[in-house]
Design a protein around this ligand. Structure first.
Ligand code: HEC
Length: 151
């Protein structure tokens, strides 16, 4: 139990695989909260990155690379936390997560593909391409939410 609660404070600093192991020791409700926090972190990093790609903040290569890295870790953490038996309160996930696992995996794979592309163009410093890639990524969020998250 101690391990689980310590873990909750540091979710962004561990790999998805290590996380999945520790998540399995948690109450299902806690697992839901962990993945919701991870999605919030994902949204927050994407929002911050948006300021750079729109030129509202001066492009800083180290900073934007760090943001895409955070997005990568947050998304891995969120996806790893869809453990069986965790579609419980206070989840906003739909039953389709368990009823259509292949389609759900496909939506994750599509997101990962868009995120890799975004990471690539961001690291090349191409701000205009990054704007386009971030738009594509955001569409992959919405497309998953359409079937798998309650409106
Ligand atoms: C593969 C599917 C999928 C993708 C891709 C995805 N999400 Fe989600 N998202 C979900 C599901 C399912 C939930 C509901 C989780 C829960 O409540 O158990 C969710 C929840 C959220 C939440 C609510 C968290 C809270 O406060 O409860 C936010 C914010 C969010 N996602 C943002 C994003 C953003 C931003 C992206 C893209 C950068 C994204 N998501 C990509 C499936 C996805």
């Amino acid at each position: 139990m101690l391990k689980a609660s310590m873990f909750a404070v540091l979710p962004l600093f561990v790999s998805g695989a290590a996380l999945a192991t520790d998540l399995s020791a948690m109450e299902p409700e806690r697992v839901v909260e962990v993945r919701q926090e991870a999605f919030k972190a994902l949204k927050s990093s994407a929002g911050e990155l948006r300021l750079y790609v729109l030129g509202k903040k001066d492009w800083q290569q180290q900073e934007v690379d760090s943001l895409t890295g955070q997005m990568q870790r947050a998304s891995e953490e969120a996806f790893a936390a869809f453990l069986p038996g965790t579609l419980v309160y206070p989840t906003e996930a739909t039953a389709a997560v368990e009823q259509e696992p292949e389609r759900f995996k496909q939506a994750q794979a599509n997101f990962q593909k868009q995120l890799s592309h975004l990471q690539q163009v961001v690291s090349s410093g191409d701000q205009q391409a990054a704007e386009q890639a971030l738009g594509q990524l955001n569409r992959s969020c919405k497309s998953c939410h359409n079937g798998f998250k309650q409106p």
